[in-house]
Write a protein that binds this ligand. Structure first.
Ligand SMILES: *Cc1c(COP(=O)(O)O)cnc(C)c1O
Length: 301
């Protein structure tokens, strides 16, 4: 019996234990980070907002001029079969479109590459551990690394160009912080490795609009803020304004809405998770259970 406890992958039309899945060393996915991907959560046996994640993934694949030879129904079937075989009820499910290897050896023309799709799933990932999130995360705002400009790498296309985030994470970890936020070149905050950011002041919430991925969890958070009676502004968020906020929180498919207790030396809500952020976090996990946004997985016997 194959061992799927660590996760499963769908690759070349087959579902295999995750440790057995591999791609070639000359794939441009590896040599040029020439990949676009998406990550959809599975919670208690169902995908959350699957249609929205697939919309974004398909738009990313088109933006990269890739052809993966699979339509939406085929992608959905691959993801469902894979998660069902893994047996995972709460999972982090990645779908990937890779540039591939040139069919003419040595070609430098991206049009000569054989694009391909693969997917993998592992037990649900919390970008910030739940106990840390409940207490409020401590986040470092980089003073050395800037988010790569949007006209260099389009942040709306989810990508593996993590050079800036990885540098920032070293800075954060060495300073004793959980994770990192990157500013842009104009003094605004952008996002962090796999999450968006929100600042609450009074009954107004601001989240950056340009130079960031438009997270599906960001969208859910905006909807939940509206349900809380908060007004939302999607626009540039200057660092000075961020630091004046009453509360700050992050949004990600890897852990939902995450209260922030501290950014650098600045503490919010007396160094604890803010009450509004905690309420939004609870609402997020309740929403994962709500039937409307779920696509149930048929696990079989
Ligand atoms: C995935 C990601 C996010 C969060 O998006 P979700 O769809 O909410 O998971 C934010 N920023 C970056 C850079 C990301 O890769």
């Amino acid at each position: 019996m194959p061992d799927f406890t660590k996760g499963a992958a769908w690759i070349r039309g087959e579902v295999v234990p995750i440790a057995e899945a591999s791609i070639g060393v000359t794939d441009w996915a590896v040599t040029h980070s020439d990949v676009t991907y998406d990550v959809v959560p599975v919670w208690d046996g169902g995908f959350f907002r699957l249609g929205d994640y697939l919309d974004r993934f398909e738009a990313s694949v088109a933006a990269c001029h890739m052809q993966i030879g699979m339509d939406r129904a085929a992608i959905t079937r691959a993801l469902s079969d894979m998660v069902a075989r893994s047996g995972l009820r709460r999972a982090y499910v990645a779908m990937v479109a890779a540039r591939g290897t040139p069919i003419i050896p040595g070609s430098r023309d991206p049009r000569d590459c054989a694009n391909h799709f693969y997917a993998w799933c592992v037990p649900y990932v919390h970008v910030v551990k739940p106990d840390v999130a409940e207490a409020g995360a401590r986040v470092w705002l980089s003073d050395e690394v800037r988010r790569i400009p949007a006209d260099s790498v389009n942040p709306l296309v989810k990508n593996y160009h993590w050079g800036d985030f990885t540098q920032g994470l070293f800075e954060a970890k060495e300073a004793g912080f959980e994770t990192v936020l990157l500013p842009d070149h104009a003094g605004n905050v952008t996002e962090g490795p796999g999450f968006n950011i929100f600042a609450l002041k009074g009954d107004r919430v601001v989240t950056p609009q340009d130079g960031v991925l438009h997270g599906i969890t960001r969208r859910t958070a905006i909807e939940l803020c509206a349900a809380e009676g908060l007004s939302i502004e999607t626009r540039a968020l200057p660092i000075s304004e961020l630091m004046q906020a009453d509360e700050v929180f992050l949004s990600t498919s890897g852990g939902g809405i995450i209260p922030v207790a501290q950014i650098g030396e600045r503490r919010f809500s007396n160094g604890a998770a803010g009450p509004v952020a905690l309420r939004l976090r609870a609402r997020y996990f309740a929403r994962l259970e709500a039937p409307d946004d779920r696509t149930e997985i048929e696990y079989g016997a």
